[in-house]
Design a protein around this ligand. Sequence first.
Ligand SMILES: [Zn+2]
Length: 211
Amino acid sequence: MLCPECGYNLPAVSGAVALLCQNCSRAWWVRRGRFSPLAYGALKISASSKDLSFLPFWHLTMGLSGLPIKSRADLRLSVISYQNPPEAWSREAVQILIPAFKLSPRLFLRVAGNMSLAPIDLSQGDQGLKPGQRTEPVRLPLEEAAQAVKVILSDLLKRHRKLYSLIPKTRLRLRHTRLVYLPFKLQGREFVDLYSGQAIPANAIELGKAI
Ligand SMILES: [Zn+2]
């Protein structure tokens, strides 16, 4: 398969739902039966890119009706009430970061929950990846990520009885979806997110390929 933009060979990755051109760094996916460009962003890094791998996440911005959670700050305060979220978060819509690679269900929920609450500046990151940067393939379709939102919210709010009981009747309205690559550093046997410190065992990503 050739990159529609530059004609370079696209990598053949089994199970991938999006392909990244190693030459021009554009991403492609199939939409309505056609090969189409996929907009994505990558978070900036100041450290050297040695030992770095960019892991893909679906970044979903949404409105929730039926839950008294109206902003990114509300969501975080519902889970972590003893610590103020970054100030700008009260003006940002509710946002969830979902691994776009596959993990076992329990780890998937933990990583999605922690990354969604982590103080990551998601307003940046509109630049693309540089050619040759190491990435993990996108294996979880956006549709499946969107279907996981309520499960992730339930897991986050499981200790908050009142909010938890409202989730089944909550209606989600996705406002914006995009793919974002976050830089992780391989430390020993774990990938550690440079922004949040979230660790993901390398072998969990390897095992996830078979899910
Ligand atoms: Zn290309």
